[in-house]
Design a protein around this ligand. Structure first.
Ligand code: NI
Ligand code: MN
Length: 229
């Protein structure tokens, strides 16, 4: 079974695994780095890491069109159900895992904010640790600063880690390199950079440092490109 990971630009990700299509933080409308559109993507499940507009993105319109189930923390799942009228939501919380059809999904710690676009309480921000049905481990940190418990996440044995390097709102390149040393994934993909000038970074220079200082393979994608594992 192949799992295909796609970076759509910013923190918008796609995963195809075991016949299921997942979107993570599907921010396309108003995203200058987006490689596709809210009208073009398909989804069976949408994962939302926190309440900020560049992560909630087009979740509502995509879920309404595709019938996808939206998975997030309890507060955000409730907001999608009660305030946005989405019929299929699933709330979890940090440290809690659930066996979905596409695999076992656990919400992880993230150091960040989570207010929703209308000012509602978006609970606590999260990352995602997915164990696919054939046992691949994929950690999608989404928006976070560096934290020492990344070591605990790494102890699960990561096939792929997806981490921010943009700085200003999240880890920058130096802390993201330290994150790789804690996570020790087989492969790392950088995200949440170059969307705007404020988070412009040289991802290739960062990838060179990762490969010089760790055993991890760094894969720099262009928006729209995929990596299969
Ligand atoms: Ni954010
Ligand atoms: Mn963000």
């Amino acid at each position: 079974m192949t799992t295909k990971f796609t970076w759509y630009g910013h923190a918008a990700l796609g995963l195809e695994t075991g016949g299921y299509k997942l979107l993570i933080d599907p921010f396309f409308s108003g995203n200058p780095a987006a490689s596709t559109s809210a009208e073009a993507v398909e989804a069976d499940f949408i994962l939302v890491s926190h309440g900020h507009g560049d992560h909630v993105g087009d979740t509502v319109s995509i879920a309404k069109r595709t019938g996808a189930t939206v998975i997030s923390n309890f507060e955000i799942a409730d907001w999608f159900a009660e305030k946005q009228g989405l019929p299929k939501t699933h709330g979890q919380h940090i440290g809690g895992g659930f066996k979905h059809p596409f695999g076992y999904l656990k919400l992880t710690l993230a150091l960040h904010g989570s207010a929703l676009p209308d000012g509602s309480n978006g609970g606590n921000p999260a990352g995602f640790l997915l164990t696919t049905n054939d046992g691949k481990k994929i950690y999608m940190a989404q928006d976070t600063g560096l934290f020492g418990d990344m070591k605990l996440i790494g102890e699960e044995g990561l096939d792929l880690a997806v981490i921010p390097i943009g700085d200003n709102y999240t880890m920058g390149p130096a802390d993201a390199l330290r994150a790789v040393k804690l996570l020790e994934p087989k492969v790392v993909v950088p995200i949440h950079y170059n969307t705007w000038d404020l988070i412009a970074q040289d991802a290739n220079a960062w990838a060179e440092r990762v490969e010089k200082e760790t055993k991890t393979k760094a894969v720099v994608l262009k928006p729209g490109e995929s990596y299969s594992l």
